[in-house]
Design a protein around this ligand. Sequence first.
Ligand code: ATP
Ligand code: MG
Length: 187
Amino acid sequence: MTQEAVEGSRKGLLLIHTGAGKGKTTAALGTALRAAGNGMRVLVLQFLKGSWHYGEAEAAAALNALPGFSFELRKLGRGFVKVGGAEADPEDLRMVEEGWAQAEEEILRGDWDLIVLDEILYVISYKMLDPERVAEVMRRKPEMLHLILTGRNAHPLLMELADTVTEMREVKHAYQKGILAQRGIEY
Ligand code: ATP
Ligand code: MG
């Protein structure tokens, strides 16, 4: 390939990490680390997640403070979401609305090279956010921006739009043996 062809094929990708197996968020964070190490400006927006301590937030803040690195991580939820009831909790809905407004603004701003919308696919599958609204912004995203969406049950409309879709398949999980979430592995 000529240099021109290589340059011509540079493009911002839409990636989806979905499925019931572990690794959706960690794969997104791995990509974020990779991008940050290439001098790219990275933003991670974590829907649903709240005050609970996550190691990635500390690591992102430490990296972000270093010259030449841009790695921002923001939590947009309150750490849990009430599901299973007839209606979503109004407070959760309010946080999702605010979170989505922020995501839309940051996507369209054009300041970032990679944005991760962590757990947004759960938000959509819980019917707290209309997939068409998300699809509409994906179609208008800046040409060079890479976007990663994570969460179970990815909506078909978004999978259709995506360039790369990976489904994590559960072979087994320590949880099934009654082993609780481990620091550094799960959070
Ligand atoms: P991780 O953040 O570890 O990459 P994930 O993003 O794929 O996980 P989520 O659906 O966001 O998975 O759930 C996050 C939490 O649930 C993690 O603590 C993870 O270990 C746990 N988890 C993920 N998959 C399973 C599973 N199949 N059974 C039990 N727990 C799971
Ligand atoms: Mg996750």
